[in-house]
Design a protein around this ligand. Structure first.
Ligand code: AHR
Length: 515
């Protein structure tokens, strides 16, 4: 048995979670849109073609903001193709995913879907093959009330009211050689500034995110952030981060330690942003938009996937079947985001449906929850509030996390406590939700949390996600193979929470202020 003690104090806080921390992502990629959220002709589709079965699961998952339309797709996207009468919309080759894009779903359908789902839309402008001019036109089409050619075009298309999209991404992963018209940091920094200026002249209420590195393993990581922010500091509110953790090495302990590297990534980018601020003697703080994060490795595309594309429509690509082990690593990432709520104000689980997603569907058939659905839903429902700074005392293990880059073998050493934990206080009720991961694969973890001063008196609910088979997954045939169960035996007495966490388990314990 591993023992861990944790101390929480009422005044020791990290910060309040922003509502946008619980976002997700819809890209024109594989079956995320077509056969995912949108499938006219599906038995559950409404009159606009939105799948009601998927929508019901999205509401249960509870993402708060949705990024669209990409992703790598964005860097070749002409937004004009996706608006106006559907019968007039062009089919295009999508060079990001070697597919044919039919454009039957576009910006206005996306906005309608977000309104239906009660989710804030987040749009991204193409700074790969397009530039600031296309971006300013896109914003005018979306957000200007009327009386100009572009805003009246939106009205003619059937959307008389402005979409009022507040959060915009300036391109996507512009450092990545796989990107259409990738850029150097200086090239991107310049175009980002000029685009930002025009966009804010049109609508000063918007917030903008500049592209950070596409990953911590990129060769230009660090230098990229610094250069881009040197250009754009005065014009943007956010810098983006992307991370996909993997278990290529079939090393589960290292895989479960990887979220601790995400902690380091967040702290490094924060430091770089603050160094740029310091050079300007500026009190402004650039916030972090972690607008792509997830587990992803089994269905990564290889360079040879580009050679014989065949240009299919909505091919079933990147359809990662998530296992119990993936849900644990994913839960660790949720904890990392919560514990940086002071600087990570926006985050998007990539993606929402079918493509590296918490929700899977069969085209024409059923929809179900993947293993990672559960930690995310708990994180979103109960992660709203003030994150408490937890003092954790727990033995650690040493791991070496493998994160390849192209042909290079990169290994990152990491020392990970067996317990990973975040605690969030709901300011209205005073209740606290504790999210925990026991990373020991064979030993239970005896958890004691000192709650002195927090006025917590009872366990309101306790759930665990665990299974002896770390390879188990949910499928169309067995959609509930993995689901949360009750965590028995958690108690609060004399200001101490005691619980025994199963080996390799994700747990959520909700504490209340009444007996
Ligand atoms: O989410 C899948 C892809 O991962 C996105 O299109 C891209 O931005 C990232 O490389």
């Amino acid at each position: 048995m591993v023992a861990a003690t944790v101390r929480l104090r009422p005044g020791a806080t990290i910060g309040a979670t922003d509502k946008r921390l619980f976002g997700a992502f819809i890209e024109h990629l594989g079956r995320c849109v077509y056969g995912g959220i949108y499938e006219p002709g599906h038995p559950t589709a409404d009159e606009r073609g939105f799948r009601r079965d998927v929508l019901a699961l999205v509401k249960e998952l509870a993402p708060t903001i949705m990024r669209y339309p990409g992703g790598n797709f964005l860097s070749g996207y002409d937004w004009e193709d996706g608006v106006g009468p559907q019968e007039n919309r062009p089919r295009r080759l999508d060079l990001a995913w070697m597919s044919t894009e039919t454009n039957q779903f576009g910006t206005n359908e996306f906005i309608d879907w977000c309104r239906l789902a009660n989710i804030e839309p987040m749009l991204a402008v193409n700074l790969g093959t397009r530039d600031g001019d296309a971006a300013r036109r896109y914003l005018e089409y979306c957000n200007h009330p009327g009386g100009t050619a572009l805003s009246d075009l939106r009205r003619d298309h059937g959307w008389p009211l402005p979409h009022e999209v507040k959060f915009w991404c300036l391109g996507n992963e512009m450092d990545g050689p796989w990107q259409m018209q990738a850029k150097t940091a200086d090239e991107y920094g310049r175009i980002a500034v000029e685009t930002a200026k025009m966009m804010k002249w049109i609508d000063p209420t918007i917030e903008l995110a500049a592209c950070g590195s596409s990953g911590r393993n990129m060769p230009t990581y660090g230098q990229w952030e610094e250069t881009v922010l040197e250009h754009s500091f005065d014009h943007v509110e956010y810098i983006s981060l992307h991370t996909y953790i993997n278990n290529y090495a079939a090393d589960v302990p290292a895989f479960l330690a990887a979220p601790d590297l995400m902690d380091g990534f967040i702290e490094e980018v924060t430091a770089i942003a603050d160094a740029v601020a310091a050079r300007r003697r500026s009190p402004k703080r650039i916030m972090l938009s972690f607008d792509e994060w997830n587990v992803w490795y089994r269905t990564r595309r290889k360079p040879e996937d580009r050679t014989k594309p065949g240009w299919p429509i909505a091919p079933p690509i990147l359809e990662e079947a998530y296992t119990m082990a993936d849900a644990l690593a994913f839960g660790g990432m949720c904890i990392s985001l919560l514990n940086h709520a002071d600087r990570v104000k926006v985050a998007c689980l990539a993606q929402l449906v079918n493509v590296i997603a918490p929700i899977m569907t069969e085209t024409g058939g059923a929809a179900w929850r993947q293993t990672i659905f559960y930690p995310f839903a708990q994180f979103s429902h109960f992660g709203r509030g003030t994150v408490l700074r937890a003092e954790v005392d727990c033995p650690s293990y040493e791991a070496s996390y493998y994160d390849p880059r192209g042909t290079q073998e990169l290994h990152f050493p990491v020392s990970a406590p067996f317990l990973k934990l975040a605690a969030v206080r709901d300011e209205a009720s005073g209740g606290v939700t504790i999210f925990t991961l026991n990373r020991h694969l064979t030993e239970p973890l005896q958890l004691k949390v000192d709650l002195t001063g927090l006025g917590l008196k009872s366990v309101r609910a306790a759930r665990q996600l665990c299974d002896r088979d770390l390879g188990a997954a949910n499928t169309a045939e067995d959609p509930e193979r993995i689901r949360p169960g009750l965590l028995a035996g958690a108690t609060v007495s004399a200001h101490v929470l005691k619980a025994t966490l199963q080996p390799a388990s994700w747990n959520m314990i909700r504490l209340g202020t009444t007996v």
